[in-house]
Design a protein around this ligand. Structure first.
Ligand code: NAD
Length: 360
């Protein structure tokens, strides 16, 4: 490791964490330590392009393991922490909430405590320059009706076990700043999409099913609205916050791309029809199947990103159309990655119906 700045990235083998690490190694001089437990969602294949770099190191560890975290801090002496490790899938949180409490709450608490212990021993300049960026979600704010936007001022009203544990972790981070002075920053970001996303999430699931001529499940009537952000734009936002953000502040991050779930599925079908015609002249939209809605499904999420745009000068570079095309092209060019992640614990089963007695 020879970069002056050393960032400890937790959850770096996941979808967003790997995008952050690829960007750091390929586009900056920062050295990166990736702390990841490698759950079903973690995949080192996503880091193949940077894993040989002398500025990259991997440590397989659980953020709930204080001793492991302590020795990683001692060995690498990071100048910042980017905390992404979490259980992240809402449907899984409905079936098995305990793992979410453990990873997202106990894990964040443990990491905060180990960060604080390390940070307290730094010299004054090191303490001042240090940052702990906590990567959270807009889902902590609950659900919107047809109008309005989430911002940094929106009260917390989490509705799912996932968002409740993320909300709790945000509160811990906030308290560690106010009580102990740890220089923390919180990001509350909308739905991400892009290359290397685990194929249980909507966009890769629909895309891979469309290619395999399998049913395309749409929850309820498909009218739930999400604000989509291309993953590399999110990675940019996180690094901007780390560099220029104000400790103690939070930033709402979104792509200003509000689309209903049904429209997302239709646009994927249109792209797949264009890039891989099925030979019979029919459209993949014929594969759409409306299935039982997710229990407690939030209706609409939308972000007002004025603060990060105006104060830090960040703005996304992809529209939903350009980002979705890039995403579809990436999955088409990387069937091996898809095959390898799909052969793991995930078997493409329907998750998240435990509350209604359906599902597995
Ligand atoms: P992901 O599920 O793809 O990756 C999570 C990573 O964390 C995996 O590599 C996994 O192995 C690791 N991990 C899980 N538990 C761990 C533990 N106890 N110790 C160490 N590592 C552990 O998730 P993602 O989509 O990349 O999301 C990353 C972060 O961003 C999460 O905190 C999530 O809440 C947040 N977020 C995600 C989105 C989104 O749309 N995906 C939007 C906003 C915020």
């Amino acid at each position: 490791m020879n970069g002056t700045d050393v960032y400890l990235v937790t959850g770096g083998a996941g979808f967003i964490g790997s995008a952050v690490i690829r960007k750091l190694v390929e586009q900056t001089n920062v050295s990166v330590v990736n702390l990841d437990k490698l759950t079903y969602a973690g995949n080192l294949d996503s880091l193949a392009s940077v894993s040989d770099s002398p500025r990259y190191a991997f440590e397989q560890a659980d953020i709930c393991d204080a001793e492991a975290a302590r020795s990683i801090f001692a060995e690498y002496q990071p100048t910042a922490v980017l905390h992404l490790a979490a259980e992240s899938h809402v449907d899984r949180s409905i079936d098995s909430p305990l793992g979410f409490v453990q990873a997202n709450l106990v894990g964040t608490f443990t990491l905060l405590e180990e960060t604080r212990r390390y940070w307290n021993r730094l010299g004054e300049a090191g303490r001042k320059a240090f940052r702990f960026v906590h990567v959270s979600t807009d889902e902590v704010f609950g659900s919107l009706g047809e109008t309005g936007y989430f911002s940094e001022e929106t009260p917390y009203r989490p509705n799912s076990p996932y968002s409740a544990t993320k909300a709790g972790s945000d509160h811990l981070v906030r308290a560690w700043h106010h009580t102990y002075g740890l220089p923390t920053i919180i990001s509350n970001c909308s739905n991400n999409y892009g290359p290397y996303q685990f194929p249980e999430k909507l966009i890769p699931l629909v895309l891979l099913n469309a290619l395999a001529a399998k049913a395309l499940p749409v929850y309820g009537t498909g009218d739930n609205v999400r604000d989509w952000l291309y993953v590399d734009d999110h990675a940019d936002a996180l690094l901007t916050m780390l560099r220029d953000g104000e400790p103690g502040e939070s930033y709402a991050v979104g792509g200003s791309n509000e689309v209903t779930n049904l429209e997302v599925v239709r646009r994927i079908c249109t792209l797949v029809d264009e890039l891989v015609p099925d030979g019979r002249g029919s459209s993949r939209t014929e594969l759409i199947e409306f299935v039982e809605d997710r229990p407690g499904h939030d209706q609409r999420y939308a972000i007002d990103p004025s603060k990060i745009r105006n104060e830090l000068g960040w703005c996304p570079s992809e529209s939903f159309d350009t980002g979705l095309r890039k995403t579809v092209e990436w999955y088409l060019a990387n069937p091996l990655w898809c095959e390898r992640v799909r052969s793991g614990a995930y078997r493409g089963e329907r998750l998240g119906l435990a509350a209604t007695g359906g599902g597995k």
